[in-house]
Design a protein. Structure first.
Length: 150
């Protein structure tokens, strides 16, 4: 039995300790906002926050998150930074297909929480691990920059 705190709520799940957090979120808890992409932590689609830091949930064993707060895209609007990023995403019309966007937003919020006035280099570095098949990178960077300048 694994005890987890996800989006401020406690959960007990009967899963193997080595089950990736992504599958616990999606298949056990029904939180489908976090997506599966590559399965090897390279694309960033599955990004969630663990103790406020952006992590890849597809390779993170559920046992590694016990006792630490996990935040998913479902709760990102509960912070001022999360609200600002979501608003900027709409204003800059970032989304095309939308599949990668939950991971993109999670990475952007982690960056702006740590570096509220992030510069171009910090934005590019923080977002370099997130892939977008629609190639909306220019709009993603513009949306993040607008939040950092607000």
């Amino acid at each position: 039995m694994q005890k987890l705190t996800i989006n401020g709520q406690d959960h007990e799940v009967d899963v193997p300790a080595d089950m990736p957090l992504l599958w616990v979120l999606r298949d056990v808890l029904g939180m489908t906002g976090t997506k599966y992409g590559c399965g090897i932590a390279q694309c960033g689609v599955c990004t969630v926050h663990l103790d406020g830091r952006a992590v890849r949930s597809c390779v993170l064993p559920v046992s590694a998150v016990a006792g630490k707060p996990v935040t998913t895209i479902e709760a990102i609007d509960q912070t001022p930074v999360g609200q600002s990023v979501q608003k900027a995403w709409l204003e800059h019309e970032v989304v095309q297909c939308g599949y990668c966007q939950s991971g993109q937003i999670m990475s952007a919020v982690a960056l702006l929480t740590e570096h509220p006035k992030a510069n171009d280099e910090q934005i590019v570095t923080a977002m370099s691990g997130n892939m977008c098949r629609c190639a909306t990178y220019t709009r993603i960077r513009a949306a993040i920059k607008s939040v950092s300048q607000a």
